[in-house]
Design a protein around this ligand. Structure first.
Ligand code: EPS
Length: 363
């Protein structure tokens, strides 16, 4: 059984490997009539791409999306949308020394144990290159959510290593390569990451995504809860080790009187719940975070074993990110968008006739 399809009514299947000729996806279930042009993908793919600053992998891919089907005269037709991105800058020789061994902390080992095939080139299907197509599919989802429901999805880096923002400005986020909301800290971040790179090491990060304008009612208790599907979506991104909804694990130390979001006719008084109660959206902003582990491909020696079980030392060469979380903001946004469009369509299918019940508490 493979599991390369995500979503039920807006179903995205991705395919391809980092060092194959191309990567791509098929989106099945996109509503017809949505304007869609290849240039729509450029901005988000550039936000995710490698080689856009000295702090990311220096592999240079054009990341040009070709629309192969599902669009006629600039609009989606309701038929499967096939998107393709050609790989143009793979350098497989960087991986030659990994043919018989495994990077510690990398999926190399588990892919080999599961599939019995050792294709080390570029991490194959486990490479973060696959996230290109998540972002591409997310562009379509974001566009429909904005046009049909006025939903806006934005993310930022909420922590890198030990650093957290001391101020918050949404406008600053898109003006720096860290997706960082505190512009006064940029040189501190640069120095921090330069030092990590100089140490030939890597570092973790936290990315937060906020979705504004989500109406009350999305989510399917009990096994298709909005929060459980958001958690699964974010957890499926390479290198994610933890997901939080709203206050997340901080709720462990909170009292009920602090955590509950009191309601008034004028609106909710707080949003500790992250916009979801009982697995259903409340109408408040949806707030989710993902924790990214430090990159396992490291240019300093680490102990490992070879495919015959003998002890070896592994050094990873090649063009790797010192902080994978740094390029993850658009990926997290895309996964949130894919969950929300799927739930928008599912809600419309089951509850489209319910209409407005009771008082709508402003988010
Ligand atoms: C990646 C390793 C590097 C990154 C790659 C993700 O690939 P390579 O060693 O082939 O240059 O460049 O990221 C991308 C190519 C991308 O588009 O995100 C990894 O091991 O995950």
């Amino acid at each position: 059984m493979g599991s390369n399809t995500f979503g039920r009514l807006f179903a995205v299947t991705t395919f391809g490997e980092s060092h194959g000729p191309a990567i791509g996806c098929v989106i099945d279930g996109c509503p017809p009539g949505l304007p869609l042009d290849p240039s729509d993908f450029d901005a988000d793919l550039a936000r995710r791409a490698t080689g856009r600053s000295r702090h990311t992998s220096q592999r240079h891919e054009a990341d040009q999306v070709e629309i192969l089907s599902g669009v006629f005269e600039g609009r989606t037709t309701g038929t499967p949308i096939a998107l393709l991105v050609r790989n143009t800058d793979a350098r497989s020789r960087d991986y030659a020394n990994l043919a018989r061994t495994f990077r510690p902390g990398h999926a190399d080992y588990t892919y080999w144990r599961k599939y019995g095939i050792r294709d080390p080139r570029g991490g194959g299907r486990s490479s973060a290159r696959e996230t290109t197509m998540r972002v591409a599919a997310g562009v379509v989802a974001k566009k429909w959510l904005a046009a049909s429901l006025g939903i806006r999805i934005r993310g930022y880096m909420a922590q890198m290593g030990t650093l957290t923002p001391r101020a918050f400005d949404w406008d600053a986020v898109e003006r720096n390569p860290f997706f960082w909301p505190d512009p006064a800290m940029l040189s501190e971040l640069e120095d921090y990451l330069d030092a990590i790179r100089k140490d030939r090491d890597s570092i973790g990060a936290r990315v937060t995504v906020v979705a504004d304008g989500v109406p009350a009612g999305f989510g399917e208790p009990v096994y298709g809860k909005l929060d459980s599907e958001l958690a699964a979506a974010l957890m499926s991104i390479n290198a994610v080790r933890g997901v939080e909804v709203g206050d997340g694990f901080a709720c462990v130390a909170q009292r009920g009187t602090e955590h509950r979001d009191e309601m008034t006719p004028e609106g909710f008084l707080s949003n500790h719940a992250g916009g979801i109660l009982g697995g259903i959206s409340t109408g408040q902003p949806i707030v989710v975070s993902a924790a990214f582990k430090p990159t396992s491909s490291l240019p300093q020696p680490g102990r490992s074993v070879d495919i015959d079980g003998r002890p070896v030392e592994v050094v990873t060469t090649g063009r790797h990110d010192p902080c994978v979380g740094l390029r993850a903001t658009p990926i997290c946004e895309a996964m949130v968008a894919l969950v929300l469009i799927d739930h928008a369509l599912r809600h419309r299918a089951q509850c489209g006739d319910v209409g407005q019940v009771g008082p709508a508490i402003p988010g």
